[in-house]
Ligand binder design. Structure first.
Ligand code: G3P
Ligand code: CA
Length: 309
């Protein structure tokens, strides 16, 4: 009887529909992407998870950066001048050299600036190392920014993944970290070397950046021929050993989410910014979402009585 009561009380204490709200690049819609101001903003809003991207510097540091080469749309040099295109590779610069760049604003007049008109300008903001945000007590969703189509831009997948794993372990954040990637070669290394770290399998099925390669043989991103698995992306994730699937949100339908859930997958789409789209996806019973506007998502979840875990 006492045990039953304890279980009932525990059930009452747990949120009915705990939801993983992830701030994309911190909160890209509100503050400069992948920077301390964006991570602070996301934390203030009450996200579960900070979504962020990492590269490995010339001297082996794990730095928070989305692009394999510094992005001219968001990067100024030490003199305050916008860098030229193409920017230098992250992998060719040391952490100290990278710290001299300012990524606290989007270059005015660019298409990128038009995409995020409400992003705050925070002059003098450097790229952080992963170590600089490790004290945050929430979860981290850390993306390995590596491409099978650009092997010269980064370390190889084995060395890249090992560097990220080692830093996560050194910082003591393994229980609160997920490693995510479109390049599942890095996830295979994580599964082998650090199975205690959660992995999220990213996919996109549209346009030039597609990664699933349906009807095109084995994908260089997943290493799998989807045709061998009924051209079902959830089945491809499952056969790769995945438990968390993060698809581009437009690739989801209620049927595909149901199929993924039937396979036991956790489904956390990226990058959902319109509240109407968020609401539609929440109705499909997704487990979380990744957004540039965690403020919008939090307001929607609060209004629906959905607890953020
Ligand atoms: O979490 C996945 C999402 O962040 C992938 O897109 O290009 O913004 O890193 P990207
Ligand atoms: Ca990302």
């Amino acid at each position: 009887m006492r045990e039953i009561l304890a279980v009932a009380l525990l059930a009452l204490a747990l949120p009915a529909h705990a939801f993983d709200l992830q701030g994309h690049r911190g909160a890209r819609g509100l503050a400069p992407e992948n920077t301390l101001p964006a991570f602070l903003r996301a934390a203030e809003i009450g996200v579960t998870t900070l979504e962020l991207d990492v590269g490995i510097t010339k001297d082996g540091a794990v730095i928070v950066a989305h692009d394999r080469r510094l992005n001219p749309d968001i990067t100024r040099d030490a003199k305050g001048d916008w860098i030229a295109s193409p920017g230098p590779r992250v992998h060719d610069l040391t952490l100290a050299e990278l710290k001299r760049f300012d990524v606290g604003a989007i270059k005015p007049g660019t298409d990128y600036a038009k995409q995020f008109p409400a992003q705050a300008v925070v002059p003098g903001t450097p790229m952080p190392a992963l170590a600089e945000i490790a004290a945050w007590p929430g979860r981290f969703n850390i993306e390995t920014k590596i491409s099978p189509l650009a092997p010269d831009d980064t370390l190889d997948p084995e060395a890249f993944a090992r560097a990220v794993i080692a830093e996560i372990q050194r910082l003591g954040i393994a229980p609160r970290a997920t490693i995510q990637s479109f390049d599942w070669r890095t996830l295979a290394v994580v599964a082998r070397e650090a199975p205690e770290i959660a992995r999220a399998y990213l996919t996109t099925e549209r346009g030039a950046n597609e990664t699933v390669f349906k009807g095109k043989g084995a994908s260089p991103w997943t290493g799998i021929d989807a045709a061998q698995h009924g051209n079902s992306t959830p089945r491809v994730v499952k056969v790769a050993g995945g438990a968390i699937w993060s698809p581009f949100w437009r690739d989801l339908t209620p049927e595909i989410v149901a199929e993924a859930k039937a396979l036991g997958l956790t489904v956390i789409p990226w990058t959902v910014n319109d509240p109407a789209d968020m609401a539609r996806l929440i109705d499909m019973k997704i487990d979380g979402l990744i957004t540039d506007y965690p403020d919008r998502a939090k307001a929607l979840l609060d209004a629906r009585g959905v607890a953020v875990r």
